[in-house]
Every structure is written in C-alpha cells, then in structure tokens.
Design a protein around this ligand. Structure first.
Ligand code: GLN
Length: 305
C-alpha cells in the first residue's frame, strides 16, 4: 500500500500546479500550493501514508458532516430533515439559494454553507460556547485525536472577511429558517471551519463513517449505524458541491472537500482516506486531491458503483 501511495503521489504532483489556493479568506492564501499528502486507515486498523500527511490545515467544510452528525445525534433525522433538506443544490457551496420563491428548507442541504449554518442552531447546549465545545468533542473522538483545537489566525480571518456568510445567515433569518442571533450562530460556524486537522485525522473520521459508526480497532460505537447511512448518502450526492456528479463517476465514494485543501473520503466497510492538497479547482475542491483519489479508486477498485 505505501508503495502504491508513493507512486500515485508522484504521478499526481504535477496536477497541483493547475489549481489555485483559496484566498477569499486571506489566511488561507498562505497554504503551499505544491503540498500533497494522503493517509489511509483500513477497516482492520492498518495505517498507510505518503507525502505531506502530517501537515496541519483547517478542516473548513469537512466539518459539515460532523455538524450534521451532532445535529442528528441531538434531534434525530426527522427533525433535522424538516429544518434542512437532503437534495443536491447543483450550485456552489456559498450560493444564495433563493429564486423567485421564498427560500425553502428543502432547497438547501447540510453540505452547503446555508445548511451547515442551520446545523449550528440544532446542536444542543445552553450557549453557543457549549454547543461548539460539544462539536469539538465529537470531532476529537471521530478523529482519534484529543489534541485537536482551533487555528486562531484562520478563525479571526474568516470572521473578519465573512460578509458572504453573513448575507447567507441573514437571508436564512429573514425567511424564518434561523431563530438565534446571526453573530452567535456564525461565530460557532467560523470556529467549526477553523478546527485544525491533518490527513490522519480526516482518514480516521472517514474510517468511522466507513465502519458505520464504530471506531477502528476498538470497535467502540460513536453513533448508531443508521446515522452513518444518512451522512454517507448526503456525502455521495452533495459532498463535492456542484462537482458531486463528476466525482461520483471518477472516484465513486462518499467524500467531503474543504477550501483549505482537505478531502475526507469514505469507502464503506473498507477504509477512510484523508487528503491534503490546497490548490483547488474552480468549484473549490482540491484538484490534486481528486486526481489522487481517482487513481487510488482505479488501482483498488474502490468505486461503489
Ligand atoms: N469556511 C468556508 C466558508 O464558509 C468553508 C467553505 C468550504 O470549505 N467550501 O466559506
């Protein structure tokens, strides 16, 4: 496995040069566009890796499935689905998803910003500080790393350059989809996006989702199996935004991307994969990361289709 990962990494390295590091959050512009790392955790607990896999970066939208999971654990699927739908939007992650009709909860899903912002309001807790701490606790458990924390510089950068997300949140509020204070909810969302991870952490989260809610090796249950089905299904159809269809053809497994360059992929019953390659394509997905996953999927027959 290590040899395969090393070979694919070298093959895919040139692709990173075709992408661009996100700069709409100024702090993210510091990412090294040539970095490329991969980490795999198999269902029996074997770890394999190559490249820049211990480099730290912010989780960004890869936190969305964890926000969804926490909301599902706290409220159950019926209530969550009433508040945020499950259909692909076919639009970019930060699209203003309202046309002539009023914004409808069925027109957003938990993998786009509007849906993830609503998820913050569905986490139980007496304050937004407590809600965020519960989310961080779940992230640490899923990632198998108790040291995980927030990258303060990215958090401040997101908060002070978050006009688009503020617009999305106010639109949700004016359409009755968000009751709490916009600033408090967004603070939780910005901090969630700024949680610092590496490829190993993403692979571990993917391994728990692939293992239907159980930790690798110990088999300890973190969440019930039906919730894994809920989250994995939405990752398959919406996890790569308006690139989800093409990703389903090229790679064929549930996955979630983030604008810092991370991808978390779930190969049901087989493995979790964590990728880091900050140069992105036009849809905000890691360009080298997708190419690496495509090659890995071909080599190991990972596609579920
Ligand atoms: N924090 C980012 C934002 O809200 C997350 C987007 C992403 O990773 N696609 O814009």
């Amino acid at each position: 496995m290590e040899e395969l990962l090393e070979r694919l990494l070298e093959e895919c390295r040139p692709a990173t040069g075709q992408g661009r590091v996100a700069d709409y959050i100024p702090e993210l512009a510091k990412g090294n566009p040539e970095a490329l790392g991969v980490y795999v955790i198999g269902s029996e607990g074997k770890h394999s890796w190559a490249g820049d896999c211990r480099q730290k970066f912010t989780i960004q939208s890869v936190v969305k499935p964890i926000l969804l999971l926490q909301a599902l654990l706290d409220n159950g699927p019926d209530l969550v689905q009433k508040r945020v739908g499950v259909e692909a939007t076919g639009k970019p992650f930060d699209a203003i998803n309202a046309g002539e009709r009023a914004l409808d909860s069925g027109h957003i899903n938990p993998m786009v910003n509007m849906g993830a912002i609503v998820m913050c309001t569905l986490i139980r807790g007496g304050s937004y500080e407590e809600r965020f701490q519960r989310l961080l606790g779940l992230t640490r458990q899923l990632a198998g790393d108790n040291e995980i924390g927030v990258d303060e510089a990215v958090y401040q950068s997101e908060k002070s350059h978050g006009s688009k997300n503020r617009a999305l949140a106010y639109l949700l509020k004016s359409n009755g989809l968000l009751e709490d204070s916009v600033e408090e909810v967004l603070d939780c969302y910005f901090r969630a996006c700024s949680i610092q991870v590496d490829c190993r952490a993403l692979a571990h989260i993917g391994a728990v989702l692939s293992n239907r809610g159980r930790l690798p090796v110990s088999n300890e249950r973190v969440f019930p199996a039906p919730l894994a089905r809920y989250v994995n299904a939405i990752l398959m159809t919406c996890g790569m935004y308006d690139g989800s269809g093409e990703f389903a053809i090229r790679v064929g497994v549930p996955a979630k991307s983030g604008v810092a360059g991370g991808i978390m992929a779930v190969v049901p019953t087989r493995m979790g994969i964590g990728i880091y390659a900050p140069a992105l394509d036009q849809k905000g997905n890691s360009l080298g990361g997708i190419q690496l996953l495509e090659q890995l999927s071909k080599a190991l027959y990972l596609s579920i289709f």
